[in-house]
Design a protein around this ligand. Structure first.
Ligand code: SAH
Ligand code: SF4
Ligand code: F3S
Length: 494
């Protein structure tokens, strides 16, 4: 239990899929000569990237397979966010070493954030690895594979300032055919002191909004009914038809400095959200992740205006104490964070789902400061959360400037307290839903029983209800909730 605690990141099994768990690829048989097995770790951005990789590799002569035994090529799309994320990959590589001994022609590639962080070291330290590619190098994968075919090890870890893979139609690997991830931006410019992402994913850049809308239209035509727009900080999404003006200055500064913006199309996140919501009222729109320092009331008003934009916000807090937030370089205080919560409640009401990320035991955190995190949770009453203890990452600002001085024991104790309190709050929040009727989008069969359907309501709560032959996945149904646990609502069709 103790050693596993960092893996209890979230409360619902369905949502668990979005955090450091593995997703493997599906079978696509279009008669290509070779087979790729791809496994994704980490956040939704990685799952979304694997779909881009599958598309690029398809052009490069590979179908995907759901079985590692059948594969000619295995890609692990990796995460570097916490040490245990990387340990998982090391273990997988050991296992793959055994597989490769039995099948020497097998090629093994490591992609994603751990690849970008470790670069050549990964090839030096893990003999089984043939190929290393960072998040901005995926177009180069077919060439890298050819190099390995020619008997060499291959690597490309260049980060780009403008790569968004906007023109690549993802092969939907992880999908239930109802919901899909759509990347709207890449990279991150925030430099939170604990975080590796700015180093593994490079500078922030926003994808052309018209290509985003086209992708959503295409998904709708193929029967999809829910899209999740993805970015590390969606609130700083900003695209302009004249990139020189905006990418250098930012919209506000450009206006302030009197740059000539006539005829220049400028799209911020509120604008983009509205464009996507207008694709069809039948397509639900979700997004992740919001940043408390950048979330505007405009975004909340657009959410209120459209029924099909889900009333759910993931608003990571990281800590409830302003001194710790400052050390984390998060760009907000406890008070300004709570002001954003107030805005959500005012504009979207008490039913809007709110979730968080929290880190226990960051450098120099005192017991009193940890209590501030618990009291922040009491004030907000989150619906659920992803909770971690601090894991120092090499070369981050925190590693360079601060001391990781909280013992593992204390970190784990604080985390356990945070998780226990969140369990209480999740149950309390779910109880408020008992007796209410929700519009639920059916995502499939419940994992626990063939006789039950599983879907979610607008607030991102998992709802389980008896299946009826009249309905199938992708349908909207009205469900009245009669009971709940901390993780799930149980209901009947009405
Ligand atoms: N862009 C998102 C977060 C992406 S990483 C945001 O700004 O909120 C997902 C979560 O992992 C973070 O919110 C944070 O809670 C956690 N995390 C990141 N680095 C960590 C570290 N070094 N140790 C423990 N948790 C970390
Ligand atoms: Fe990391 Fe901060 Fe960027 Fe999130 S906003 S990805 S925590 S640097
Ligand atoms: Fe992990 Fe990279 Fe995502 S470090 S959390 S896979 S951006």
């Amino acid at each position: 239990m103790q050693t596993l605690i960092q893996d209890i990141d979230i409360l619902t099994p369905e949502a668990q899929a979005s955090c450091e768990t593995v997703k493997v690829s599906v079978e696509t048989s279009t008669g290509k000569a070779r087979k790729l097995y791809i496994e994704s770790y980490g956040c939704q951005m990685n799952f979304s990237d694997s779909e881009i990789v599958a598309s690029i590799m398809h052009e490069g002569g590979f179908d995907t397979t759901a079985s590692e035994e059948n594969a000619d090529l295995i890609f692990l799309n990796t995460c570097a966010i916490r040490d245990n994320a990387e340990q998982k990959i090391r273990h997988r590589l050991q296992h793959l070493n055994g597989l490769k001994k039995r099948k020497p022609s097998l090629m093994i590639g490591v992609l994603g954030c751990m690849a970008e962080r470790l670069k050549i070291k990964l090839i030096e330290e893990e003999k089984v690895v043939d190929l290393v590619a960072g998040p901005d190098a995926y177009r180069d994968l077919p060439n890298l594979v050819s190099e390995v075919d020619g008997g060499q090890k291959a690597m490309n870890v260049f980060l780009s300032r403008d790569e968004t893979y906007a023109d690549i139609a993802p092969v939907r690997l992880n999908s239930n055919g109802v919901s899909a991830f759509v990347s709207i931006m890449r990279g991150c410019d925030n430099m939170c002191s604990f975080c590796v992402v700015p180093f593994t994913r490079g500078r922030e850049r926003s994808r052309n909004p018209h290509s985003i809308v086209d992708e959503v239209k295409d998904l709708f035509a193929k029967g999809y009914r829910e899209v999740t727009l993805l970015g590390q900080n969606v609130d700083s999404y900003l695209w302009s038809s004249n990139p020189d003006v905006i990418s250098i200055l930012g919209e506000k500064k450009a206006v302030k400095q009197g740059a000539d913006l006539t005829g220049v199309e400028i799209i911020n996140f509120a604008n983009l959200l509205e464009m996507v919501a207008q694709v069809s009222p039948l397509v639900r729109v979700r997004y992740s992740t919001s940043h408390p320092k950048d979330m505007t009331d405009d975004v909340l008003h657009v959410m209120a205006k459209y029924d099909n934009i889900c009333k759910y916000i993931h608003l990571p807090a990281q800590s409830g104490n302003s001194r710790i937030l400052e050390l984390m370089n998060r760009g907000y205080t406890r008070e300004t964070y709570l002001d954003r919560i107030r805005a959500i409640r005012e504009i979207l009401g008490n039913d809007c789902g709110i979730s968080m990320d929290l880190i226990a035991g960051f450098c120099t955190e005192t017991d009193a400061e940890h209590q501030d995190t618990l009291s922040l949770m009491q004030e907000v009453k989150y619906d659920f959360g992803y909770m971690f203890y601090y894991s120092e990452r090499p070369n981050t600002p925190a590693e360079k400037r601060l001391k990781d001085d909280i013992s593992l024991e204390v970190k784990k104790k604080r985390l356990a307290e945070i998780i226990a309190l969140q369990m209480e709050h999740s149950l309390e929040r779910n109880r408020l839903d008992v007796g209410k009727t929700f519009k639920v989008l059916i995502e499939g069969t419940s994992k626990r029983s063939e006789d039950q359907h599983m879907g979610r309501n607008t607030a991102n709560k998992v709802v389980i209800f008896p299946r009826s032959d009249k309905h199938q996945k992708g349908d909207y149904v009205m469900v009245k909730v009669y009971d709940c646990s901390a993780a799930t609502l149980f209901g009947e069709l009405v």
